[in-house]
Design a protein around this ligand. Structure first.
Ligand SMILES: [Fe+2]
Ligand SMILES: [Fe+2]
Length: 176
């Protein structure tokens, strides 16, 4: 069975968008641990392969949109030049695009033969999973240490409300 920390954060947390993003990073870290386990075993059970595929094609895309369309733009507006955030946000946004391409390859490998109980993974796929997990862990660590830390200082209550509304709309959650 998968551990609970691969589950998506509860929608109730969307009222505190920075807390939701932080929880989504814990989830992302847990998924990366599963990918590393797949890579080490050169195999994935069908339920876990399906779970990771659902994450990479679902919640992770929403998370990137939360950041690219709501959180980063709000921070670009509020950050001070001395924060030096422009280059960091540009790099993180580019990593979203590069990571999506790697995630697509992993999804292809995990979902190629849906009837098989155990997905056998070749060396190339296993290496790609390790590389992807390592780069994602670095990415979210930077977001936690820099982006979220500055967001807590710079974003106003109306900014957070607007980010929360965007994240809810993206998930079809009624805005209150
Ligand atoms: Fe990100
Ligand atoms: Fe993130």
């Amino acid at each position: 069975m998968l551990r609970d920390d691969t589950a998506s954060p509860p929608f109730a947390l969307l009222d505190e968008p920075l807390a939701y993003v932080q929880a989504a990073h814990l989830q992302q870290r847990a998924i990366c641990a599963v990918l590393r386990r797949f890579a080490a075993a050169h195999a994935a059970s069908r339920p876990e392969a399906d779970r990771v595929t659902a994450y990479l094609t679902g919640e992770l895309r929403l998370h990137h949109e939360d950041e690219d369309l709501d959180l980063y733009p709000a921070l670009r507006r509020r950050a001070l030049p001395a924060d030096g955030l422009g280059i960091t946000l540009a790099r993180l946004g580019e990593e979203h695009r590069q990571g999506a391409a790697m995630a697509d390859l992993i999804v292809d490998a995990l979902s190629a033969r849906p009837a098989e109980e155990v997905v056998q993974l070749g060396a190339t796929t296993s290496e790609a999973m390790q590389a992807y997990a390592a780069s994602e862990i670095r990415h979210l660590a930077l977001e936690n240490a820099v982006v979220l830390a500055l967001a807590r200082i710079r974003l106003t209550r109306p900014d957070l409300k607007a980010i929360s509304r965007g994240m809810k709309a993206r998930r079809g959650v009624e805005v209150t």
